[in-house]
Design a protein around this ligand. Structure first.
Ligand code: NAD
Length: 252
């Protein structure tokens, strides 16, 4: 009962595939209306269509979370359609991969623009609406890489940006809690999504498998209950928390 989200309005960035898609389904199945947001409109539309087929109210929006005008347009469109935002899943993120001594400034900036600047913009735009109504749940996607340095290295910009996601979550979470807005993050381990099947990351997956006590990669479904919990009133006493779901990998 306390895990139901009926009547709630949610959005998920990076909702067009992978973890964001799983989050969109989970929130919708728990009763929320879900705006699926992605850089690629067609991906957002495909997921919104999947939700509609399940009877979940959904809409698809294109936005690049690193652009302030896109983020404002996204929030405005959701408010125009459904009146407000209660649940903000700031999940869009990218993982580029290069030896630190070869990482270009362009790669560094691109990573930080999506993973951290994008998060700041989304938290601020959604947060303003939530603070006004005295209620809101923000769930950011960090990574186990915020805690440990997964083998092998070569993820300087990514790991550093994800550590920033945790600190942003802690800082906002404590700043806004007395105005009804809770901010938490989820740190997945290695999740079987298109992201890890990129050309750069695919060779690493076998190596990573050996580091996971659970003996397998996470599936996006392994994260679904966590996002519903953090979006629901059951977690109202929790803020600034980093919920780590990694099959024990950060302990080895
Ligand atoms: P993915 O690459 O499979 O999907 C990401 C989605 O985000 C894509 O649909 C993409 O189009 C969209 N996107 C990319 N840049 C965007 C932007 N600027 N604005 C809006 N949308 C954008 O990735 P995933 O594995 O589902 O990862 C989702 C989140 O989880 C990311 O923040 C990632 O860092 C994090 N994460 C993933 C893993 C993993 O192993 N897959 C582990 C820990 C954390």
């Amino acid at each position: 009962e306390r895990l139901r989200l009926d009547g709630r309005v949610a959005y998920v960035t990076g909702g067009g595939q992978g973890i964001g898609r799983a989050f969109a389904h989970a929130l919708g199945e728990a009763g929320a209306k879900v705006a699926v947001v992605d850089l690629v409109l067609a991906k957002a539309e495909a997921v919104a269509c999947e939700l509609s087929l399940k009877g979940i109210k959904s809409l698809a929006l294109a936005a690049d979370v690193s652009k302030p005008e896109d983020v404002q347009r996204m929030v405005d469109a959701i408010v125009a359609g459904w009146g407000t935002v209660h649940i903000a899943c700031n999940n869009a993120g990218i993982n580029l991969n290069s030896a630190s001594e070869e990482t270009s400034l362009e790669e560094w900036d691109k990573t930080f623009n999506v993973n951290l600047r994008g998060l700041f913009l989304c938290c601020q735009a959604a947060g303003r609406i939530m603070l006004n109504q005295g209620y809101g749940k923000i769930i950011n996607t960090a990574s186990m890489a915020s805690l440990i340095v997964p083998h092998p290295q070569k993820q300087l910009a990514y790991n550093t940006s994800k550590a920033g996601v945790v600190k942003l979550t802690q800082t906002l979470g404590t700043e806004w809690i007395d105005r009804g807005v809770k901010v938490n993050c989820i740190s997945p381990g290695i999740v079987d999504t298109p992201l890890i099947h990129s050309q750069e990351l695919r060779p690493l997956v076998r190596r990573w498998l050996a580091d996971i006590p659970a003996g397998r990669l996470a599936q996006p479904t392994d994260l679904q209950a966590a996002v519903v919990y953090l979006a629901s009133e059951a977690s109202d006493y929790m803020t600034g928390h980093n919920l780590v779901i990694e099959g024990g990998q950060s302990l080895w």
